[in-house]
Design a protein around this ligand. Structure first.
Ligand SMILES: [Zn+2]
Length: 486
């Protein structure tokens, strides 16, 4: 009888675990206990939660009292802390030439140390390298990478490493090539691209089911590009242009050579009409066209006369090669007369005002910075926090600013099922913060711990990563100085 009972008990342990109590504990990798979970979609904040991680997944989020059924290899105490999804930067660049491949690779942990777990690369001159990095990152401490691959341009543009197209057949071949590369979206810019080919590329990409992101040719209205099926507009100045009551006429004057580019932007700003803007923005919302403001990038360049950024502590994280790529835009800005500087300030102010109007019209905003080479003092990782702070200064709520990064970002790239919330089934890419980011957006900088693909990087680990990046940049700097003194 005793053996029968023992046998029954043993069978029951394996087969009747749910029916009999107590149940067996479930093995998992990590419990983040006593967390206050921030739901960016709703703005709800729930204290006393345990987040249960296995591998690269969140398998459950339960009240602390209910966490006993999980047996974890490791437990992390998040008492008094706020947990939200890791940040996405939807507009970054890698590039500056083959000689800077290593320096670009060293920027990867800079994103993660700042809580950025995914980035959307919007093309540069190292496309093949970036595609290789997407599959085999230069470091395990890097963000998840999405990339456009080489962008589509016209013939002989100012940009390097693009696919040049001068005919519809060229565009077809470009799309074939980009599809073969399995790019995550397509970037189209307008330096020498004919406007009719721009529209053709947007339409064809849409037919093929590929998302597009673009700089819109001056000779097209923003709505013409949107109606063709564009998925995202890069940079907020297009929103300003779209709100001009004379958008097409001003473009015609520019194309006829009657005004410079800067004068043309000033004319758009002067003719900005809120009623026109609201009408166009509502249509953009209907069409599902997103806007990536990259406000931090334009703010830095606009106000170089007030802050030359020569004392930025973040400079210590950037190698001398990438820093040298900053010079192009700095020198261009230095040539401006006081009148030109004042005009640039005015254009930026009008441009900034469009952000809350886009929000009010229901346009999807994608948080993106333009960080990387060429864009002066736009430091990877750091600048996303500045970008989000600018959104709040411009009257987005902190929740809306966060959603532009952690919800709209993944959704744009077809990753909405996997990212955007601290919930079962989502990716274990998290930020553990010392303060509530829904109350003060600056809390995104108070990073206690980053969880990257299930791996816990606590403050000490993040500080060690930052020190390592500084040391590498300093060593490169010393090598350059030594070479120069020979
Ligand atoms: Zn860019």
């Amino acid at each position: 009888m005793r053996t029968l009972l023992t046998l029954f008990a043993a069978l029951c342990l394996s087969a009747c675990a749910t029916a009999a109590s107590p149940p067996r504990s479930e093995p998992v990798d990590l419990l983040i206990r006593s967390a206050t979970v921030v739901d960016v979609a709703s703005g709800a904040v729930t204290p006393g939660q345990t987040i249960v991680l296995r591998g690269e997944d969140i398998v459950a989020v339960v009240p602390d009292a209910g966490a006993g059924r999980f047996r974890a290899a490791r437990t992390h105490d998040a008492a008094g802390r706020f947990v939200m999804p890791g940040l996405w930067d939807m507009h970054v660049h890698f590039g500056g030439g083959e000689a800077l491949i290593e320096e670009n690779g060293e920027l990867f942990p800079l994103y993660v140390a700042n809580g950025v777990v995914a980035v959307r690369d919007a093309a540069g001159d190292l496309s093949q390298q970036v595609l290789d990095w997407r599959d085999a990152p230069p470091t395990p401490d890097g963000p998840r990478l999405f990339t456009s691959g080489p962008k589509i341009e016209g013939i002989d543009p100012v940009w390097k490493g693009v696919i040049e197209t001068g005919s519809e057949a060229d565009v077809d071949a470009a799309l074939d090539r980009l599809q073969a590369l399995q790019v995550d979206f397509i970037k189209i810019t307008d330096n020498t691209l004919k406007p009719e080919l721009f529209l053709y590329a947007v339409r064809e990409a849409k037919t093929r089911g590929i998302r597009t992101s673009a700089h819109i040719p001056m000779s097209l209205t923003v709505l013409e590009a949107a109606e063709a099926g564009l998925s995202s507009i890069e940079h907020l100045d297009y929103a300003m242009k779209a709100g001009s009551r004379d958008e097409a006429a001003i473009a015609a004057d520019y194309l006829a050579g009657r005004y410079t580019y800067a004068q043309t932007m000033a004319r758009y700003a002067d003719s900005f009409d809120p009623e026109t803007a609201r009408r166009v923005y509502r249509r953009l919302a209907e069409l599902g066209v997103a806007v990536t403001p990259t406000l931090y990038g334009s703010t830095v360049l606009t106000y170089l006369d007030r802050d030359d950024h020569s004392h930025d502590p973040e400079l210590a994280y950037v190698g001398p090669g990438i820093r040298a790529t900053y010079d192009w835009r700095v020198q261009r800005a230095a040539q401006a007369t006081p009148g030109m500087v004042a005009a640039r300030h005015h254009v930026e102010e009008v441009t900034s005002r469009t952000l809350p109007m886009l929000r009010d019209a229901g346009v999807t905003i994608l948080a993106g910075t333009d960080a990387g080479f060429l864009n002066s003092f736009n430091y990877p990782g750091f600048s996303l926090h500045q970008e989000l702070a600018l959104y709040v200064q411009l009257r987005l709520t902190p929740r809306e600013a966060l959603a532009a990064s952690v919800i709209a970002g993944p959704r744009f790239l077809g990753q909405g099922d996997r990212y955007g919330a601290v919930a079962a089934g989502k990716a274990a890419d998290l930020l553990i913060l010392d303060a509530n980011p829904l109350e003060d957006i600056a809390a995104t900088r108070a990073i206690s711990t980053v969880v990257l693909r299930g791996r816990l990087l606590d403050r000490a680990a993040l500080d060690a990563m930052l020190a390592d990046i500084r040391a590498r940049a300093a060593a490169r700097e010393a090598a350059v100085a030594q070479a120069a003194s020979r």
